[in-house]
Design a protein around this ligand. Structure first.
Ligand SMILES: [Mn+2]
Length: 263
């Protein structure tokens, strides 16, 4: 799989020392990114993160080193947090050379204005998840959590993870996907006709007809089957996942985008 664009977006790597092959895969991928102008990470880089003192005790210093090396080689790294690693903060960014990007964000990328989100906040049918997210987004909750000792935070996170794993088994496939009305609202509230998000682990490109325009929703894949990433170049957006490529190609005549499947 080729890295073709000056800007690359990834999400949902769910890196953890419990799966060393994932860490190796990420480090190898960052080496392939040398020369890329900008890397966006749209959340859930880590399976969990419980404060910026986590890297060493969680066995994740290699990831930080790989990011720092990439940054030092000239690639700008822009990081949005996800629902697993929402506690990534300024110390992590300082150590790795990343910029933190608040969610949602509208960014100018290779001539396109693109709405970026992790994606879980678009899954509005998942009421339990939205309640949990509202709790952990509260600055008072965060302050009190981060003031606990590392081992207390670790126990709480482990308990939360096992709850979330068992909870998922009882939810229907539909509930875990984005809500169409939430997607339309997010696009209408923005000046964008492109939305890129992750979280659902359902990579694909979907067209959306809004009141006044056609828009596209691009979903980044997770990394279970290998790196999934999006390259954004001035006339072409390529989504790589599971050994496939889906592309949006810009027409030379009217600058509209059309979907192209690989052979
Ligand atoms: Mn997520």
């Amino acid at each position: 799989m080729d890295i073709t664009g000056p800007v690359v977006l990834i999400s949902d790597l769910h890196l953890t020392a419990e799966e060393p092959s994932g860490l190796e895969r990420f480090e190898a991928f960052t080496r392939r990114l040398q020369g890329v102008r900008q890397l966006y990470i749209l959340g859930d880089l880590f399976e969990y993160w419980i404060g910026d003192d986590s890297a060493e005790p969680l066995g994740l210093t290699g990831v930080c080193t790989a990011l720092k090396r990439l940054h030092d080689s000239g690639t700008e790294i822009t990081l949005m947090t996800g629902n697993r690693d929402f506690l990534l903060g300024q110390d992590f960014c300082k150590n790795t050379g990343c910029h933190l990007l608040p969610e949602p964000a509208e960014e100018d990328i290779s001539g396109y204005r693109i709405l970026l989100q992790h994606g879980d906040k678009l899954c509005t049918d998942d009421i339990n998840h939205q309640q949990h997210r509202a709790t952990v987004d509260d600055p008072l909750w965060r302050e009190s959590f981060l003031n606990k000792s590392f081992s207390q935070r670790h126990s709480l996170a482990q308990a939360g993870r096992s709850l979330s794993e068992s909870g998922k088994r009882y939810q229907s496939a539909d509930i875990m996907d984005v809500n169409q009305a939430a997607v339309e609202k997010a696009l209408l509230n923005s000046r964008c006709s492109l939305l890129i998000h992750g979280h659902t682990h359902r990579p694909g490109i979907h067209t959306i007809t809004l009141e006044n325009r056609t828009a596209w929703r691009i979903v980044l894949g997770d990394w279970t089957a290998g790196p999934s990433y999006m390259c954004v170049a001035p006339e072409q957006l390529d989504l790589h996942f599971e050994g496939r490529v889906l592309s949006l190609l810009q027409s030379k005549e009217d600058h509209t985008l059309r979907l192209h499947h690989d052979a």
